[in-house]
Design a protein around this ligand. Structure first.
Ligand code: F6P
Length: 554
């Protein structure tokens, strides 16, 4: 079955019907009771691989649930779809492309064909180019126009040309090369631009213009502003080559911009933007942590790839995470999923996973263009803990929605301060525990009586203090973040998203939905700047344009 051509309708499978019946039986399922009746529940529902330990015991599941979910994956021919991705089948049907981000982290000796050509040598050639570049930078051999070494690297890029590199380089700060600072410039907002360059000097700054298409408005506008700034600061045209590099699959556009050919690193169209940090888009990562750590990152992802390809579904971490998302989305009505890293270094992971998941599975048609028949991607949100406990955990604990959560926490810290890490870790576990245990009305009443309150007060307050509980979460634990473990973690989520796309029949690798806004933006821009603008299509947009024009009267 070629999923990408004629996706199956998973809702017609026997295991889907069995899951529907099972769901009805699970209506009264209590995690509290499940833990009480099965002392081995933690052991039964936890897995380790690639330096990560997943505790998925705090879920609305029993062994029948996981067996039925695995059966669904098998009936949906997930194994074939996994094979197809790694083999280079054109699983991006609408663009008729392969999705070969996994090739970027495979050993040179492997063979991956694109149009009959083995691309592994090309991939490793670019890795070598990156290595040479990083070496020059770190050894001070790369000099600016006043012959000083580079102290600051600015990555100009947005979406997948920004979020992945930012996540990784800031997560791996403990591995960063001393004396070289890495910055990210993404939005077309003069404030972001000015606030950044005010901290830089052009003579020691290297700009990386990262854009697969080299046609993204925000990136081009920032690249032009950076070049103007560099010239205004005293840089010359002939020294541009010392201060501008490009990473793109559109070298002609980069050359036209003025970037010299030897400073252009290639990207391929069979790597999606949100899956591209493993490619030369990861150059700022390599510049920050060094090429050997970048290769460690790649091998961590490669290890997760092997786990994903070779492990039976019932012990396969990305498969189980993907299936749990289908369980909650399609059978429990969950429409969002919280990512809660209890680690300063992982504070940007939610931003990256938002693009990875929501730009991949935020779709309403299947691979063949027919409307979806099952679920589709959830809203991904969250943020670093404990901060979230003082912001949105109230809704997680007492809100009216079921919101599954992933807690991510390191066992140890790079920066021990008193007993901070013990408290950070304790808070992470207790939040997950509170979601599962809750506090019954009678427990709340007993607690209030225990404080000596009058019965009337007890009855008044108890409904507000009761916590529903029985709310699911996964906890991912690791020693502490490292290039290898981070590579495995990100690859794990890439594969989770893919698993869900296969079950839902969705193309995880195109993003047609972003085109409309870009097109309409051009008309609005004309309305703001032309003397005789064409009227906007609607009164709201026209009214807002008039408001702007009224305050910018020439
Ligand atoms: O959001 C649309 C998108 O194409 C993303 O998929 C991509 O990561 C981003 O814009 C940037 O694209 P480019 O790397 O081509 O500038």
């Amino acid at each position: 079955m070629d999923h990408h051509l004629t996706p199956l309708d998973v809702t017609q499978l026997a295991s889907w019907h069995a899951l529907t019946e099972h769901r009805a039986q699970m209506n009264r399922f209590s995690m509290r009771e499940a833990f009480a009746s099965d002392p081995q529940r933690f052991e039964r529902f936890s897995l380790s691989s690639c330096g990560l330990m997943l505790d998925f015991s705090k879920n609305l599941i029993n062994q029948d649930t996981t067996a039925l979910l695995v059966k669904l994956a098998e009936e949906a021919r997930l194994g074939d779809a996994i094979q197809a991705m790694f083999d280079g089948t054109a699983i991006n049907a609408s663009e008729q492309r392969q999705a070969l981000h996994t090739a970027l982290r495979r050993p040179l000796g492997d063979k991956v064909l694109v149009n009959g050509r083995n691309v592994m040598p090309d991939i490793h050639k670019v890795l070598q180019q990156m290595s040479t570049l990083v070496g020059k930078l770190h050894n001070g051999l790369w000099r600016g126009y006043t012959e000083k070494p580079i102290s600051d690297v600015v990555n100009i890029g947005i979406g997948g040309s920004f979020l992945g590199p930012q996540l990784v380089s800031e997560a791996l700060l403990p591995f960063a090369q001393k004396g070289l600072r890495c910055h990210y410039l993404a939005n077309v907002d003069g404030s972001e631009f000015r606030e950044l360059v005010s901290r830089l000097s052009a003579e020691t700054t290297l700009f990386i213009v990262s854009s697969k298409s080299f046609s993204t408005l925000e990136t081009l506008k920032n690249a032009q502003a950076a070049r103007a700034w560099y010239l205004a600061q005293g840089g010359s045209e002939e020294n541009l080559r010392r201060h501008f590099i490009a990473v793109t699959s559109n070298p002609a556009a980069a050359t036209a911009f003025g970037i010299s050919e030897e400073n252009i690193l290639p990207l391929w169209d069979w790597v999606g933007g949100r899956y591209s940090l493993w490619s030369a888009i990861g150059l700022p990562i390599a510049m920050s942590i060094g090429i050997s750590n970048f290769k460690e990152l790649l091998s961590g992802a490669y290890n997760m790839d092997l786990h994903f390809r070779n492990t039976p579904f019932e012990r396969n971490i990305p498969v189980l995470l993907g299936l749990l998302g289908v369980w909650y989305g399609d059978f429990w009505g969950a429409s969002s999923h919280a990512i809660l890293p209890y680690d300063y270094y992982l504070r940007n992971i939610t931003d990256h996973l938002q693009q990875l998941d929501m730009e991949s599975n935020g779709k309403s048609v299947r691979q063949d263009g027919t409307p979806i028949t099952a679920g589709s991607g959830p809203v991904i949100w969250g943020g670093v803990g404990c901060n979230g406990q003082h912001a949105y955990h109230q809704l997680l604990h007492q809100g009216s929605q079921l919101i599954p959560a992933d807690f991510i926490v390191p066992v140890s810290s790079y920066n021990p301060v008193a007993d901070h890490h013990q408290w950070l870790y304790a808070n992470c576990l207790s939040q997950s525990q509170a979601l599962m245990l809750g506090k019954s009305r009678s427990e709340a009443e007993a607690e209030l009586r225990g404080k000596g309150l009058e019965e009337a007060e007890v009855q008044r307050l108890a409904p507000h203090k009761a916590v529903p509980g029985n709310r699911p979460s996964n906890t991912l634990v690791m020693e502490r973040i490292s290039p290898r473990r981070l590579g495995a973690l990100i690859a794990m989520y890439e594969h989770k998203v893919y698993v869900q796309s296969v079950l839902w029949g969705i193309n995880a690798f195109d993003q047609w939905g972003v085109e409309l806004g870009k097109e309409l933006g051009k008309g609005v821009y004309q309305g703001l700047t032309d003397w005789e603008p064409a009227p906007a299509a609607d009164a709201s947009t026209q009214g807002l344009i008039n408001y702007f024009r009224g305050r910018h009267r020439g």
